[in-house]
Structure formats: structure tokens, C-alpha cells
Design a protein around this ligand. Structure first.
Ligand SMILES: [Zn+2]
Length: 445
């Protein structure tokens, strides 16, 4: 039933994150999402039932959750009671349970909804659910998740997921986690995935298309490829060294943080590849059979450690994802017969020296957070640190970093604090100049 709430503003006064002030919600912590989704490929029609298990953290009569306004909510139940008031507007579903819930009490929210999903317009372009020529793609980063399910859409809000997706039978459907069941009935197939390790909403994904799935693993981590059959041989060229990449990264960064890794290549072209938890999504254009995209293959794989297992708690620390993933490109190069990380660092430094020095890597502002200079200078910051600490200490630091904060939320201060344990000298000047000032420091020697 609907209600006549005067204003949806005023109950979430403080933004969780100034970079994305509309996203994220206060008053509860989500522990689990269970999504039952049905998607009709040809009509781009999505219907869903989301069961969201939370624990309250504040005494409130109303709670909000992010959900795109173009999706039509048909029913909301809290703690099993249909006697729940709700209002859906301006990208928020506002819910008033029939009974007040004490702090620390369970709030289980069930939302039924449907509509034609479309991407959310953001200052970084279109994000979220996107219709493909044949199928669908989901690329949420940073705030597109609410285009397809109700969520507490902030990276610090991590939860386990069960995603059930029913789609037309000729199509393959992928979601995060392990496939636990697949059932075909008449013309539709239901795929159920269980994502056990905690996941941020922006890393949740579904990929539907005319795909085949192949086992491409040869080492300790199971690896799979999901792509249109026509791209099979090109994939084997472009992603052929991924198992070696996995070995190099596992040795230097610590054990791979998830049970398996899947690369999805869409039939359509994509401007840029994108990471999701346990998955990466590339476009057909990245699969040319010419070995052109190996840098990106390394970048996306590295995000499984830096971004997906260890996830920023606030978007200003984006260099913890992109600087590390960019540095992983250089590390792969030097471990696979290409130019050394030092050579690539000097090249990147020359490139940055020719560009405007008007951003602060440690707090670039929302508009510039995906700027290439954040990626390159973030990577250079790590290279400067490596030259100071020496290889043994630097990679030991990375391994302690990924182990200590496995599957959790991190800040830049936690990284700089940990780094301080690996040297007797102060690193303050290094952090201040590389992360805190606009002027480009001299290249690491
Ligand atoms: Zn990246």
C-alpha cells in the first residue's frame, strides 16, 4: 500500500559519501540479498522479487533503499508483514514497517517490482543494466546497481548474495558466485548463483547472451570463459596467458581471493572492460586475436584483489583500486618478457608531465575519479613506494594488505599505516607529495 509521506528528504540527512550523495542509506546493515529475477530478452522486461536481510543500527520508523524510479514496485513486505507502508520516488524506496524495530533487530525486506530496466545517467556516463543486441549486460560502477534491484548502493555495504535469473532458453545467463542449480522448463531456464564472500552492490552483475562456457583453467584456480562461439579462437589468443598471469599475481599479491574466475566477452563492442566480483566483462572488440588487450586482461584480473576483495569505503580512495590495477599491468609486463615496471613508470611519468597537474590523487573529486591520471599516478605512487622499500618488503606489504583485509572495506590510511611497518624511514613525504599535492613529484629513481 502507498502512503502520503510529505518528503523523502530529511530522513537521510548526512550523505554516506560526498562523492555520491544520493546513494547509500542509514539505519541498517545488509547481510544478504536474495534476488529472484526473470528477464525477457526480446522485450527487455525484468520482473523481480528481492528479499533483503538486514540488522538495524538506529531506532527509526522509516528506512530507505536505493531503487531506480522507472522500476515499478508492486508489493513491499517487512518481517513477513504486508502491513507495511511504502513510497517510491527519486530513486529511493521509503519503507515504514508496521512495528518499530529495536536497534540490533532484524529487518527483512521483501520487494516485488518490475519494468523495462535501463541504465542510470551518471556524471560518468550510463551505468547499470543495459540491453544488448541479444541479451543484457550489467556494469554498475559506481552507482548503477539500483537500475535492476533494490540495494544499499554504497561500496562499504557488503553482503552475501543468491541470484536466481530466469531467461529465455537459448541464452546463457551468468551472475556472481558459483552456479548451484540450472533448470530448464519449457522455453525458459533458471540459473541460480550463490555468492558467499561479501560483495558490494556495484560489483553485482548479470550477463545474458548467446554464449558458450568453457573451462580454461590449468592451474590451482578454476577459470572459465563465457563468450559467443564465434570468438573462441580469438579468445584463446587474447586471454591465452591468463593462467600464467594468475600464477604471477597469486605469488606477488597473495592467494586469489575467490573460488573461481570467469571472463565474459559480449557479442557487442564495449568501450572499456569492467570488473565484477569473480568476473570480468570485456567487449567483442577486446577479443581481436591480435594480443592487443593483454594489458586490460591483467588490469581486470588484478581488481579481484584490489577493488573486489579489498573494497574502498569511500570513493575518494579510488586509487586503491585503479592505481593498484594499473600497477598490476606493469608487474605483468615485467614478469612476462615485456618492459620492466620501472620503464613503464618512467613512460607514464613523462605522459603525466605533459598533462595538466590539477588533481589530487588521494581525493580527486567525483568528476575526475575515473580520470586516467588517477590510474597512472596511483600506479606511480606504488612504484615510488617499491623503490623505497625494495622488492621483498614491497611485495610482502601487498600480501599482508590483501590477507589482513580479505573481503572487507579499506581506506588509504590503513594502507599507509601498514606500509610504515616495512621501513624505519618516514614515508610521510612520499604520501604527501604523490597523493596529497597537485604538482607531479620527480620520477621514482
Ligand atoms: Zn580498473
Amino acid at each position: 500500500m502507498g502512503i502520503d509521506v510529505k518528503s523523502s528528504k530529511g530522513i537521510d540527512d548526512d550523505p554516506i559519501d560526498p562523492y555520491l550523495p544520493e546513494n547509500g542509506n542509514r539505519g541498517y546493515r545488509v547481510s544478504r540479498y536474495e534476488l529472484d529475477l526473470t528477464y525477457k530478452v526480446h522485450s527487455n522486461r525484468l520482473t523481480g522479487k528481492a528479499t533483503i536481510t538486514t540488522v538495524t543500527t538506529e531506532p527509526r520508523s522509516r528506512f530507505t533503499i536505493d531503487l531506480a524510479s522507472n522500476l515499478h514496485v508492486t508489493k513491499v513486505v517487512t518481517n513477513g508483514s504486508r502491513n507495511t507502508k511504502w513510497l517510491h520516488r527519486s530513486g529511493k524506496l521509503i519503507v515504514t514497517p508496521a512495528q518499530k524495530i529495536p536497534v540490533g533487530g532484524a529487518l527483512v525486506l521483501t520487494v516485488q517490482y518490475g519494468g523495462s530496466p535501463k541504465p542510470i545517467h551518471s556524471m560518468w556516463g550510463e551505468v547499470g543494466w543495459e540491453e544488448l543486441t541479444e541479451g543484457a549486460l550489467v556494469a554498475n560502477q559506481p552507482n548503477g546497481a539500483a537500475s535492476w534491484f533494490p540495494c544499499d548502493d554504497h561500496p562499504s555495504s557488503k553482503a552475501s548474495y543468491r541470484i536466481s535469473i530466469t531467461a529465455d532458453s537459448p541464452y546463457y545467463a551468468v551472475a556472481n558466485g558459483a552456479l548451484v542449480s540450472k533448470r530448464t522448463r519449457a522455453s525458459q531456464t533458471t540459473w541460480v548463483y550463490e555468492q558467499t564472500e561479501p560483495m558490494s552492490s556495484y560489483l553485482a552483475t548479470i550477463q545474458i547472451g548467446p554464449y558458450e562456457r568453457r573451462d580454461i583453467g590449468s592451474g590451482s584456480v578454476p577459470m572459465f570463459a563465457v563468450h559467443p562461439p564465434r570468438l573462441r579462437s580469438a579468445f584463446d589468443v587474447d586471454f591465452g596467458r591468463q593462467p600464467q598471469m594468475m600464477d604471477v599475481f597469486s605469488r606477488l599479491f597473495g592467494a586469489y581471493p575467490f573460488p573461481e574466475y570467469t571472463v565474459v566477452v559480449t557479442d557487442d563492442q564495449l568501450e572499456i572492460p569492467l570488473e565484477a566480483q569473480g568476473l570480468s566483462i570485456f567487449g567483442a572488440n577486446h577479443c581481436s586475436g591480435q594480443h592487443e588487450s593483454e594489458r586490460l586482461v591483467a588490469h581486470e584480473l588484478a581488481h579481484q584483489w584490489f577493488g573486489n576483495s579489498l573494497t574502498l569505503g569511500r570513493w575518494k580512495d579510488i586509487w586503491l583500486h585503479e592505481g593498484f590495477a594499473c600497477y598490476a599491468e606493469w608487474i605483468w609486463s615485467e614478469n612476462s618478457g615485456g618492459p620492466s615496471a620501472h620503464e613503464l613508470a618512467l613512460q607514464a611519468h613523462q605522459g603525466l608531465a605533459r598533462k595538466p597537474q590539477d588533481l589530487i590523487v588521494g581525493d580527486p573529486g567525483p568528476q575526475l575519479m575515473f580520470d586516467d591520471r588517477v590510474y597512472k599516478r596511483g600506479a606511480l605512487t606504488l612504484h615510488a613506494l617499491r623503490r623505497r622499500l625494495g622488492d621483498d618488503h614491497f611485495f610482502a606489504l601487498l600480501r599482508e594488505w590483501t590477507q589482513t583485509h580479505l573481503h572487507s572495506t579499506v581506506t588509504a590510511e590503513q594502507f599507509t599505516d601498514l606500509a610504515a611497518h616495512y621501513t624505519d624511514d618516514s614515508l610521510r613525504h612520499l604520501w604527501d607529495t604523490w597523493l596529497g599535492e597537485k604538482t607531479l613529484p620527480v620520477a621514482p629513481r
